[in-house]
Design a protein around this ligand. Structure first.
Ligand code: PMV
Length: 327
């Protein structure tokens, strides 16, 4: 194994889960309680460059051009330790990350961030990982990053160990004209991190075992809906699964929520547009911004309704994106 003398740059795209991951059986290895399924998105991505350098006395990490404080860099340094362990090397790295998520997006960037870091760091240190092992490695940074190795619809098979928990492509090339419309209702940092939130839910929500049961069934059903190009069915399953996940936060002790007043406004608008004949469905992650699934022929109508209510700077249209790319 030879450490690269040149920096290695990789790009990874974020993903939106249609069947959510919300809970771990193993904190350190990030083995989830349930399998999940997502769509990789093309307009939100992270570029990360890594160079391992014998001369460095510590890891040097910059994010959007700014050097990160020790506290903020901690999660990245911990991840680099996993990479060094795997490669049995003891060299520090220069890491520079640019997030091409629209500044106002507030979309989860840990998925694209850790997938791009896993790809660039593993290659820079001389590991030649296949996609399965890359997905396993990305998982150590952030659960949702496990899926961002692939494009299109991706399933993360929960497995039961480090070796068996990784993502597999469900449909990499998506020839289905669908859009995801993100509505950015609030950009401030969330109060409850996803990893803390999910642990509270696993430990305290009386509905947790029901969640494991229903999401297993929903995963099976959404795969059939996607294969059949049944947009209505896919959207309905995704919306219900999102609400079931958020019901875990509301039923935890202490209770918490990612809903903002405006998130509820978007959800109500989706319901009312749907009853007036515009087919669209929402989903929401561990933050107040809402993402809406819509077929391409209905996108402009949906966007104009959303812009009337929330303003055009809050509405971003995207679609299926690719997997990891090296530059
Ligand atoms: O991997 P994390 O810590 O970003 O958690 C992701 C959790 C959700 O985004 C809410 C669901 C998911 O499957 O991506």
């Amino acid at each position: 194994m030879t450490i690269s003398k040149n920096k290695v740059t990789a790009r990874a795209y974020t993903n939106i889960a249609l069947i959510k991951y919300w809970g771990k059986v193993d904190q350190k290895l990030k083995i989830p309680t349930t399998s999940s399924l997502s769509l990789t998105l093309k307009d939100f991505y992270t570029d990360t460059s890594v160079l391992f350098n014998e001369k460095l006395l510590e890891d040097k990490i910059t994010f959007n051009g700014q050097q990160l404080s020790e506290k903020k860099a901690e999660r990245i340094v911990n991840f680099l330790d996993v990479v060094r362990d795997l490669a049995q090397q003891n060299v520090y790295a220069e890491v520079s990350t640019i997030n091409k998520v629209p500044t106002s997006a507030g979309l989860a960037s840990s998925a694209s961030g850790f997938a791009a870091l896993a790809a660039s760091a593993s290659k820079a240190i001389g590991l030649n990982l296949n996609k399965k092992d890359l997905s396993r490695l990305a998982r150590r940074g952030s659960g949702s990053a496990t899926r961002s190795i692939y494009g299109g619809f991706v399933e993360w098979e929960k497995g039961f160990s480090d070796e068996t928990s990784y993502a597999v492509p469900f449909e990499e090339e998506v020839d289905w004209p669908i859009n995801v419309v993100a509505v950015m209702v609030n950009q401030s940092e969330k109060q409850m991190s996803s990893s803390k939130g999910m642990q509270i839910s696993v430990n305290t929500s009386p509905y947790y075992s029901a969640w494991e049961k229903v999401s297993k069934k929903a995963l099976k059903e959404i795969k059939v809906a996607i294969k059949n190009r049944d947009f209505d069915r896919m959207g309905k399953i995704a919306e219900e699964n999102a609400m079931q996940m958020h019901a875990l936060t509301l039923s935890s002790s202490p209770d918490y929520t990612y809903f903002d007043a405006d998130s509820l406004k978007v959800m109500n608008l989706v319901h009312s547009l749907r009853s007036s004949g515009l087919t669209c469905y929402f989903t929401m992650d561990a933050g107040p911004n809402v993402k809406i699934l819509v077929e391409k022929q209905n996108t402009s109508k949906l966007v104009s309704e959303l812009e009337k209510e929330f303003g055009s700077d809050k509405v971003i249209v995207t679609s299926a994106g690719p997997g990891i790319e090296y530059q």
